[in-house]
Design a protein around this ligand. Sequence first.
Ligand SMILES: Nc1nc2c(ncn2[C@@H]2O[C@H](COP(=O)(O)OP(=O)(O)OP(=O)(O)O)[C@@H](O)[C@H]2O)c(=O)[nH]1
Ligand SMILES: [Mg+2]
Length: 302
Amino acid sequence: MSDELRQLAKAISKVENLDFQALADAATLPLDSAAVHVIGVTGPPGGGKSTLCNQLIKELAVHHRVAALLVDPSSPFSGGAILGDRIRMQALVSNPNVYIRSLSNRGNVGGVASSLVSILRLLMHNGFQYIVIETVGAGQSEVKIASIADTTLVVSVPNLGDDIQAFKSGILEIADILIINKADLPGADSLYSALRESAQNPRLGWTPPLCQTVATEGLGISALLEEIHRHGHWLRQEGRLLEKRKRAAKFEVLELSRMLLQKHLDSVPAEVLARNLNRRGINLLQKLDKIYDELLNTFSEV
Ligand SMILES: Nc1nc2c(ncn2[C@@H]2O[C@H](COP(=O)(O)OP(=O)(O)OP(=O)(O)O)[C@@H](O)[C@H]2O)c(=O)[nH]1
Ligand SMILES: [Mg+2]
């Protein structure tokens, strides 16, 4: 590992541990580079997200520097891969154009989300042109990834059963590109019919395309990459990318505030908190409101 990467890894660790100075240092780094494309990948556990990311990164890393962030991975990067795949992935890890980093919620008061944007700033500063973030699509995290990424890929797989309706309604607003992975499995066709209609809904001028992939075989990857680039191109027009980054910065402020509040709340027993809320509810809420108001005055100075 180069000195530069070692420094980066150290800075990321500090930010991940919510070191105030490291967070503040990271916050001074720009987030608005149009030369960087932040790609979020979410979907159900075991949907093939890591396998898919591997394929994407392999292609992107031919000409660019690529960073991959694995948020709270339930399995190591492509841990489920068959032996042949694993050997190829090993090649990816040792590729000088690729930097892979796992981020875990464990032992982190604010959760991964509170430091994720700071980490993006560090990666952008280090000259990565593509940043791929993998996160398991379990409720809230999907919504979070969409607040951070420029392009959100939502992976679906055949035979999700009754979950498909819930899945459909949850992902519609956040998917910039819908992917049916494991398209080699039975049920892929009916999933395609189920999602096609949703995918064709234009949203703020962008119609999410529906891609089919077999990540283990590398099938459909180049078509998917084309769609990713097409979305990136679309974002770079009319200031849309900047809007996305502003939203990410706002998310950063929100998450850091939430994390600090959580840290302080955690120092008081729940029973005491509950009793005080019960007795002095209105006073507490008014006080909170006043504190936030003061905070906001500082944050919104122009
Ligand atoms: N048949 C088939 N299997 C696949 C495909 N893509 C991935 N898999 C397999 O699905 C399993 C899970 O793949 P992963 O890439 O680890 O899935 P993931 O979504 O990253 O899983 P988590 O991070 O644990 O949520 C592995 O055994 C893969 O080999 C595919 O297109 N077709
Ligand atoms: Mg994975």
